[in-house]
Design a protein around this ligand. Structure first.
Ligand code: AMP
Ligand code: ZN
Length: 113
């Protein structure tokens, strides 16, 4: 996926503020934060959207949640945080490389907008 923005960020072709990286996951700051902490957690493997998760690629999604839990402990945000993955344009997805918004540092309303 040469034209994918987040694949280019993973490869370092587009700059990002990296928070964490391992063999399968990359975490960086959202360029347009909507909370005091707003990270994007993405797999290095290109998966376009949440409804493309299946038994052959779901291990990385499980790992993403392990990374999110680890980061939350390191950041000491046990008071609460929110994880969001918009799937499809109607839900607000604008970058079609699956990503998990990790949001913290303010109160969050429910139901989500
Ligand atoms: P979504 O609208 O759920 O697809 O989320 C895409 C997110 O990517 C938005 O919150 C954008 O602010 C963010 N974003 C877009 N371009 C960049 C970039 N170059 N670096 C960091 N975040 C970005
Ligand atoms: Zn991609």
């Amino acid at each position: 996926m040469n034209d994918c923005l987040f694949c280019k960020i993973i490869k370092g072709e587009i700059p990002s503020k990296k928070i964490y990286e391992d063999e399968t996951v990359y975490v960086f700051e959202d360029i347009n934060p909507t909370a005091p902490i707003h990270y994007l957690v993405i797999p290095k493997e290109h998966i376009s959207r949440l409804d493309e998760v299946n038994e052959s690629n779901s291990a990385v999604i499980s790992h993403i949640y392990e990374v999110i839990a680890k980061l939350s402990k390191e950041m000491d945000i046990k008071d609460g945080f929110r994880v969001v993955s918009n799937c499809g344009e109607t839900a607000g997805q604008s970058v079609f490389h699956i990503h998990f918004h990790m949001l913290a540092g303010r109160d969050f309303g429910w139901p989500a907008g």
